[in-house]
Design a protein around this ligand. Structure first.
Ligand SMILES: [Zn+2]
Ligand SMILES: [Zn+2]
Length: 351
């Protein structure tokens, strides 16, 4: 085995340590709650059963969403974002960055890509050899480009992005609920520990630590959940919260925001029955996004309108196409700016 390969395998194994830690804590909390608290400490049968039912419901939802966040592979850009053969050869042969940019600019004209680098260049990933779709970033840990990348999370050893962001939010929500259930039901026995009303058995120490650990996790997870719900409401990823996406008219941190309810629907879907269930229901394909105001050249506008216009031309209402498409209305009154045309999007305004 080559040393670099062995090193990579070793690194991959080490990446699972935080996941193992979480699983060990959850495993211990299960034992402490079910055996030490419910079986050995609670004297009343009705209380014991009701606690066990609530506990197991919250645990199942927590583990289900955690599992989905870990194992749902982050989505990468489709072949459509790769360079066609002729342009690829030209791009690879060329050493001058400005000529390479010209090649990319020619290709990107036919793609629904509206963000650029801070310097105004087309965003291209060299390792993956693709033009990065809007909101897509390369993860150095996963070594792939991830659609609508939010961040790489060590606690799930996976990238959090378009494909599993809903699961991640639900994981935070159900983890908070799990900790809240533990705190709320253990607190009376926690108080009895300090008033010496508990029998002098090892169970009392499990109860003591169970409350402390649950309270600690509850506070930290709840604050993270609050932050991510705020991001969902603003239609921003963690990366975009730190560095605003750059459109042709400059950086705009609210560039993808379509109003609170639509922003929430983009992640949780438009059917309420799926909102709290860890099944995929996010809108769109993760490769093209509605933007609130963009400047594109007329050539690109036409190609996008043609690409997405077929459903309206046929008089159909395909929600999956509509959610992916860029529904532009050309605003002629604004005229031409920087050789391009101002294109505004029909949407509710950002509060
Ligand atoms: Zn990449
Ligand atoms: Zn990653």
């Amino acid at each position: 085995m080559a040393p670099s390969h062995a090193l990579r395998c070793c690194k991959r194994a080490l990446n699972w340590i935080p996941v193992l830690f979480i699983n060990l804590v959850v495993g211990w909390s299960y034992y402490a709650y079910v055996v030490e608290l419910c079986v050995y400490t609670i004297p009343n049968n009705a209380e014991r059963i009701s606690y066990l039912v609530i506990f197991h419901i919250s645990l199942i939802m927590f583990i289900w969403s955690y599992w989905k966040t870990i194992w749902f592979r982050p989505a990468s850009p489709s072949k459509m974002f790769g360079l066609p053969r002729a342009e690829k050869e030209l791009f690879e042969r060329e050493e001058r960055a400005e000529v390479q940019q010209e090649v990319l600019k020619k290709v990107v004209r036919n793609l629904p890509v509206y963000t650029r680098t801070a310097g105004g260049a087309v965003r291209y990933c060299d390792p993956c050899q693709v033009i990065k779709p809007d909101r897509c970033h390369h993860c150095s840990t996963c070594e792939i480009c991830v659609l609508k990348m939010d961040h790489h999370c060590p606690w799930v050893n996976n990238c959090v992005g378009f494909s599993n962001y809903k699961f991640f939010i639900l994981f935070l929500g159900y983890a908070s609920l799990y900790c809240a259930v533990l705190c709320a039901t253990v607190v009376q026995y926690f108080i009895k520990f300090w008033t010496n009303e508990l029998a002098d058995t090892p169970a009392k120490f499990h109860i003591l630590f169970l409350f402390f650990v649950a309270a600690l996790f509850f506070i930290s997870i709840l604050s993270l959940l609050g932050y991510h719900l705020w991001l969902v409401g603003k239609n921003r990823t963690t990366i975009e919260a730190f560095r605003a996406p750059v459109f042709s008219n400059g950086p705009d941190k609210n560039g993808f925001s379509l109003g609170f309810s639509r922003n929430m629907a983009e992640v949780f879907g438009d059917q309420a029955k799926y909102w709290f269930v860890p099944v995929f229901s996010s809108l769109g394909d993760g490769q093209s996004f509605l933007t609130r105001l963009i400047h594109v050249d007329p050539e690109q506008t036409n190609s996008v309108l043609q690409q997405n216009g077929k459903s309206t031309a046929e008089g159909e209402t395909d929600t999956s196409v509509l959610s992916n498409s860029i529904q532009h209305t050309v605003d002629n009154s604004k005229g031409k700016i920087d050789g391009g045309q101002t294109v505004s999007v029909t949407m509710e305004s950002e509060p």
